[in-house]
Write a protein that binds this ligand. Sequence first.
Ligand code: 5RP
Length: 230
Amino acid sequence: MSDTQKRAAGEAAAALVEDGMIVGLGTGSTAAWFVKALGERVKGGLKIKGGVPTSEATAALARELGIPLLTLDEARELDLTVDGADEIGPGLSLIKGGGAALLREKLVWEASKRCVCIADAAKKVPVLGRFALPIEVVAFGHVTTANRIADVLSEHEIGVGPRLRMKDGEPVLTDGGNVIYDAACGAIPNPSALAADLKSLTGVVDHGLFLDLCDEALVASDSGVERLTP
Ligand code: 5RP
């Protein structure tokens, strides 16, 4: 059922793309529906300047579908970015990074004139923090950095320390070769203060708090796609 909703949100977002646009292509299962729907439109004659993928996985999917691609540096400024989220909180504050692509995603979002989040209704929360917050950390000395992250979390009255994300017995590496720690925060009392404190740690590359970046959200439920603004 949630896949039907993800698809509906992705297809609604693909309708926002116009000829001549440079479009940021998000990462994850919901963003993949958007990329597929965009691929259909490109096959049907839509002429975008290019898509800027936020991960190698999305780049591979877009290539398969015949979507022309640009790097972020070729694009510089994007007209529209469409991407999923792990949580949508008050004022369209988001947690992202469940797919380990948060750094490239944030770089692309920050270069975009308009950022649209697409999601199924289960992603909406009254307070951010139910989904464990992904934090991207430089691999060198990552255990030391994780201890410093734990100190920051406890200053924010978040009792649970970060856990290294693993897959098949190995740390998950991002496209940039970094590792991911997930912090099961519970409820994040002050997301913007936490964002600033995490970002100030040497060794932390970035975190999954996307604050004041999302211009609108297309959230699909059984009753249709709802458009939310901050
Ligand atoms: C990847 C992300 C994804 O957008 C997020 O994890 C949502 O994924 P999905 O659409 O598969 O639920 O931030 O880093």
